[in-house]
Design a protein around this ligand. Sequence first.
Ligand code: ADP
Ligand code: MG
Length: 651
Amino acid sequence: MLVLRDIVKKFNGIKVIKNLNLEIKGGLNFIVGPSGSGKSTLLKIMGGIDRDYEGEVFFRDRSIKSFRKSQLDSYYYNSVGFIFQNFKLIDHLSVEDNIKSILELENIDENEMNKRVHNILKRLGLEKFAKKKVSILSGGQKQRVAIARALVKDPEIIIADEPTGALDKKTSNMIMDVLKKIAKERTVIIVTHDKSLVTEDSNCFLLKDGVIERINEPLKTKVSKEKKKIIKPNLTTKMAMKQGIKNLKGLFLKFVLTGLILMISSYFLLLNFSGTVVDKNSEILNKLISERGDNLRDLDLVTNMVSGVSDKGEKGGSLDIEQDVSKAFDRFKNDKRVEFIIPIVSMQDMKVKLDGKEYDVLNSNTVPVVNNVVAGRMPNLGGREVAISKKFMEKLNLNSEDVLGKVISIDGGSFDWSSGSPKEVKMEINNLKVVGILDTKYSVDSKLYSDQEMELEDSFLYSLDVVKEIKNKSNSNTDNLSFRIRVKEIKDIMPIVEELEKEGLTPIGEFETVKDILKISDVSKDQTDSVSVIISSIAIIVTILITFINVYIRKSEFAILRINGYSKRSVSKLCIVEYIIISIFATISLIVLFPFINSISKSIFAMEITGENIGVLGALIVTALGLSMGIISGSILANLKIEKNLLVGDR
Ligand code: ADP
Ligand code: MG
């Protein structure tokens, strides 16, 4: 059955087994020897667990050493069944599930599986323990479960390493009786240091100092029959699911913990990926910007300004500008970054005629300032429309609803610059439809004025045609008109300023303030980014850690599966299936607990996740992370050195 030829096994250069020759025949075989004599080492060699030795082991004339992976898996399933001193059962599974975990490799239907499990349990007197967790059983009961698990594969050889080593005398005898019975129909090899277990009708070998010293062969040795049906052990996906769910139930708390860690890690990764982090700093900044006024987002391109100090210009700076802005006007009409574009013109000494009454408008001597539209809308470029200031409207003693849609005329003056010095030209502009009411509050943060807020009465905005008419009447160029654009987002201002400056144009706006705000905002964004990078890194580290802890906890469990015929693929598959189930749990938890986690994250890290499709992205991240955990653990557990992770015998 098993023939060992010239076996030499060294540990760290020291020979533990020295040129050993041995032939194991059918029936009951004992290998006895003192502790440390190399019995377990020899068993591992015979069982194909350790294949790193000199010499050859032949099983039915085939060298175990030369087995390919699948042949070795088949050897583990069909040829050998191991029994260990410390049972090596899977503690979190029930008695029957311990056995089924092996039988599942045959991919038989539920009924046949149950029948075979029932038969084997009955044979070992374990029927009433079928549903019990093995951890609550006594030593003798556990060893009987281990024997049942070895027998259910119907292997040709049973290899038992100190099977009674952890049992009392009475229980030992019971187990020995069981093994002797088994030896009637198949080869049984029992290794023990306890010579009293040896029976006379058995083969007995004494292992001493690495060689077989004495051989005691009985007169008649049984030849054990060859296994009829060779099984190709394979864990189907369906069986992997069954097994995975059993493991999840058995290791419930560990899996819940893993799932929660997966969920939390995914949340923090989502924080990083989603790009929708809202932090307190940027909330404060947004508030600052809006308090400062929407005209912070304005950028004026004026056609000329002679040694003037612009209220909207650089603080205290003087400007000498004469430029053609008409091309820029045409271009920005269609720019996506622009919220609105409007020609600007200022008139002085205005009188507004409405419903036959005339109202004076207070002069500000400054270009129109607009914070925002409080009612109606901005004038269209086409048509004869006007938006008037709220401050002025209040003079009319009318509500904005009453003013909107009214047609007004304006008497006023505009400067004619054609002679080089300004000359005021009086004019009357008729037939203007009021389409909007403007908030013209103007907060001045100038050293000249100390902080104060003004509200301009004469800040009116007009349609393009109206501005052209005013310019025409004051002998000014109607093709090159000063205009203002307001960008949608403050961050778009500086790039536009740069573009314009490259073209030789000088835009006017509160660019220093904008730069300051953007700087603060960048710093805050950097801080937020680095915090979320740190948190995500911690999340990934914790995830990797829990993955490795799980691998560590379960490596002996998977080593047991491996020596019972689980292929590397089957082990990986089982791991991945388990992590897929955990990922599903983690996804559901994430979705259910999302608002709760968000509020905790907001209060601790000042960050939260907002936005659409977060659920989908979250599920994707959980799945990707969970799958990676499964693949990593699967490949580690599948490639573990079995002999290192299966502490055999008394070691
Ligand atoms: P037995 O089972 O007969 O008590 P073992 O086969 O477990 O003996 O061990 C035989 C000798 O080999 C001992 O001296 C032990 O220390 C040594 N040994 C066994 N396994 C290893 C190992 N993995 N690494 C180093 N030495 C080992
Ligand atoms: Mg041993």
